[in-house]
Design a protein around this ligand. Sequence first.
Ligand code: NI
Length: 164
Amino acid sequence: MIRPILAHPDPRLRMVSRPVEHFDDKLRALVDDMFETMYDAQGIGLAAVQIGVHLRLAVMHVEDNPKRVLVNPEYEALGEPMPLDEGCLSVPGMRDRTKTRRDWVRVRAQDVDGTPYEFEARGLEAACVQHECDHIDGKLYIDHLTPVRRSRLLKRYQKERERG
Ligand code: NI
């Protein structure tokens, strides 16, 4: 089932999500909905908070990498900061340049059955991990923009939303 995606400045996007503790059919159904919602919106990652579910959970499918389910994810930054034209399904229609994403991370997470696993991600997939982990902690990529870029983007965003 495709779920509605919350859009900035919805305050629910700013809440910190709680750990997933129950690895059951309900979680599997939620993950299925998240993939369906992400693909429908042509995104490469989606955190549960973006559909109003405050669990530490995200799904990703970045380029040729495998589909990933990140339950209770944590990452360690291994690489260097890289510039990236970043966007987010919760800030629709906008993109802007961030400079804080690392180009290489090691991720520790659980799968949908609760089994711990690890992987390393590079480039866009590494950035996506950081972006989704930000969502889980109530942060958005616009928080990483310089103040000038952020206020310019938010002005444009507000105008487009007023226009409908
Ligand atoms: Ni996002």
